[in-house]
Design a protein around this ligand. Sequence first.
Ligand SMILES: Nc1ncnc2c1ncn2[C@@H]1O[C@H](COP(=O)(O)OP(=O)(O)O)[C@@H](O)[C@H]1O
Ligand SMILES: Nc1ccn([C@@H]2O[C@H](COP(=O)(O)OP(=O)(O)O)[C@@H](O)[C@H]2O)c(=O)n1
Length: 311
Amino acid sequence: MMMVNEEEDDELLGVLGYKVRLSEMAEVALKLEQSGTFIGSDVAEVPVHKDGRLDGFLPDLPRRSGRNRLMSRAHKSRIINYVSSLSYFNELLSTTMGSTVDAADKGVNGTASAKKPTVIFVLGGPGSGKGTQCAYIVEHYGYTHLSAGDLLRAEIKSGSENGTMIQNMIKEGKIVPSEVTIKLLQKAIQENGNDKFLIDGFPRNEENRAAFEKVTEIEPKFVLFFDCPEEEMERRLLGRNQGREDDNIETIRKRFKVFLESSLPVIQYYQAKGKVRKIHAAKPIEDVFQEVKAVFTPEAEKVKNNTCVIL
Ligand SMILES: Nc1ncnc2c1ncn2[C@@H]1O[C@H](COP(=O)(O)OP(=O)(O)O)[C@@H](O)[C@H]1O
Ligand SMILES: Nc1ccn([C@@H]2O[C@H](COP(=O)(O)OP(=O)(O)O)[C@@H](O)[C@H]2O)c(=O)n1
């Protein structure tokens, strides 16, 4: 797994406009070395650290102290060469690794002028019908559905190094660390051409919420909350029949507890911000969708549809 330092450095590289990751820097350094065409001899000796660390890349420019700060010719030439090497480095990254980031091409990390996608969080207890209603919303309103649970299950299947940890957490009804889930969500958003997403089953606790906000700087348009009594959710989960390891009565009880203790406070947080759209979910699927539709239909449409012409 990536060390925290590397992640910070990767973030820094992103802010500086590079897609290249720290783990790839050694390769970049090697390419720089192999190219051997630096402008000026001083810069050719710029120490690129073996592990590609950027801080090893900065040349130790001579510092002049004392009252007379006039630069010597050699000093000036070293600075010019150093600056040239930076632009050369940038150019090399873009040509050899396609790494220079166009401002418009920045990821879902809220940096620079990146256009942020529209996000709706879809929350509710296990079995409240989130996935079922999301499928209808996708069909009618053109959103892309991203289920945090589905992404985590796909991650287990992919044989990822986090697979066993995720599987154990799901079996216990526990919430997987945000770091893992957010990365999967970010990747799914970035890989998708759409600009509006239903994020289902996330954020599931305060940690999920705060981390997503910090990393992506995305504020949800609103939160769709499916409110359903436990007995009904339990009945639905026991009848779901999708072969899920967590749809057994023991894990279901644990998931209900986690929902009450960790997920409801997130809904309350958004409630206080006036962002929650509550749906009464203990009704037949079609009836629930009627309520959902009312949330998605713009006010102007509602007025138009309700207007009767009196002759
Ligand atoms: N309104 C409803 N009435 C009855 N059964 C429903 C309703 N909505 C969903 N279900 C069924 O309940 C189960 C859980 O629904 P699902 O959409 O998977 O919930 P969630 O995504 O919230 O866990 C599924 O088998 C689904 O077909
Ligand atoms: N943000 C999330 C979403 C799901 N999960 C895990 O995935 C499990 C299933 O979540 P889900 O959203 O697919 O299903 P439901 O519990 O809503 O039916 C949860 O019980 C958690 O163990 C998570 O850890 N973090």
